[in-house]
Design a protein around this ligand. Structure first.
Ligand SMILES: C[S@@+](CC[C@H](N)C(=O)[O-])C[C@H]1O[C@@H](n2cnc3c(N)ncnc32)[C@H](O)[C@@H]1O
Length: 210
């Protein structure tokens, strides 16, 4: 089985079993960060968009968003959410296995929120490709787990998370980039069924200056 088949199979099973409303709200860390760092809408690329909480929130604020996922089910739900919110013209769902293909173009904002998968892919390679998709002056934002929530599919596994500085180093940015954020804040997260837990995220924001 290729990684493309494995990724599609895993994530299709995941979304088929998931309530279509879950994941339709934006990431609170992302929304706070963008209020400071990217207040003016432009073009955005959301990598591993899931049910589209971030993509739909961005589109509602005037961003033109390409929403990418390997799961067709997730993308159909993003399209339905965009239609319900009246933002269809600003949301462009695209199916890619990002380990194999990547959307064309350059974007003012590229986001990857919780782009984690149990399938073995070169995640660093995908994030390096994501940096290359940022337009001059634009922003790459990576928000990722730095702890395991009790409701995570990784719960019970011994997972080692990189420090923010390691994630930034793995991007191999040249001096045309400015690191705006690279920290690991804690917050209270709400999971399925309204369950809450304290979690830590790595929050990386880098701006392409040239
Ligand atoms: C943990 S979920 C995060 C979803 C969403 N960004 C969020 O924060 O709720 C990871 C997402 O990445 C997608 N994904 C995983 N591997 C992928 C791949 N190789 N190519 C494209 N999308 C992938 C999954 O389908 C899933 O929607």
């Amino acid at each position: 089985m290729t990684s493309a088949n494995e990724s599609a199979a895993f994530w299709e099973r995941h979304y088929a079993a998931m309530d279509a409303d879950w994941g339709t709200r934006p990431n609170v860390v992302l929304t706070a960060l963008l209020a400071d760092l990217a207040p003016t809408p432009g073009t955005a690329l959301d990598l591993g968009c899931g049910h589209g909480g971030d993509a739909l929130w961005l589109a509602a604020r005037g961003w033109d968003v390409t929403a990418v996922d390997v799961s067709r089910t997730a993308l159909d739900r993003v399209a339905a959410g965009a239609a319900a919110a009246g933002v269809t013209e600003r949301v462009h769902p695209e199916r890619h296995d990002l380990a194999e293909t990547f959307p064309a173009g350059a974007y003012d904002l590229v986001t990857a929120t919780y782009f984690h998968t149990p399938v073995t892919i070169s995640r660093d390679g995908v994030l390096r490709r994501a940096a290359r998709a940022v337009a001059p002056g634009g922003l790459l934002v990576v928000i990722e787990h730095a702890s395991t929530a009790p409701w995570s599919w990784q719960a019970g596994q011994d997972v080692e998370y990189p420090a923010p500085a390691d994630v930034i180093a793995s991007l191999r940015l040249d001096d045309s980039w400015h690191v705006v954020r690279g920290d690991a804040p804690r917050r209270t997260a709400t999971g399925p069924g309204g369950r809450t837990a304290t979690v830590t995220d790595n929050v990386i924001a880098v701006r392409r200056t040239g």
